[in-house]
Design a protein around this ligand. Structure first.
Ligand code: CO
Length: 163
């Protein structure tokens, strides 16, 4: 049974390998990732966060966009910059503002093997960027501009108009 990997485990800073074949192991990994993400109330998760050094990330920001499973995701175009607060399941209690692209176009393969292209903005775009960075071994803590203590999180978000 896989479990959530936390910093400073080296797998988190190691670049993952692309998936070459979507076999039963890949499907099982996707299922494991989803249950671990749900268990920890996450909105995104990368495969290396559950101990698998392969290029798979999942995001589920809200009911409207639902679960998006991305195999070998690549950001192919970007537009604008935006600042917002992020956290990470591998860094419990760490929150901070991070600058990201506002809009992105992502290409990936879905679990059926189809190539998919998605254009997103807002928080979904942010979460995708955070997760795709995990796959190259990059952590959001290196990009934090202003760190926010957990006890100040609600007040900070309200003050800044974040939701
Ligand atoms: Co993370």
């Amino acid at each position: 049974m896989r479990k959530l990997i936390k910093y400073p485990n080296k797998i988190l800073t190691t670049k993952t390998k692309d998936i070459t074949e979507i076999d039963d192991d890949v499907i099982e990994l996707l299922e494991d990732m989803y249950s671990i993400m749900q268990k920890h109330d996450g909105i995104g998760l990368a495969a290396n966060q559950v101990g698998a050094s392969v290029s798979i990330a999942i995001v589920e920001v809200d009911d409207e966009t639902g679960l998006i499973e991305m195999i070998n995701p690549k950001i192919v175009s970007t537009k604008g910059r935006t600042m917002d607060v992020e956290g990470c399941l591998s860094f419990p209690g760490t929150y901070g503002t991070v600058e990201r692209y506002d809009e992105i176009v992502v290409q990936f393969v879905d679990r059926e093997g189809y190539e998919v292209e998605v254009e997103t903005s807002g928080y979904l775009s942010r979460v995708m960027q955070h997760e795709i960075e995990h796959l190259s071994g990059t952590l959001f803590t290196n990009k934090i501009i202003e760190r926010i203590a957990p006890k100040d999180l609600d007040a900070y978000m309200e003050e800044r108009g974040y939701d």
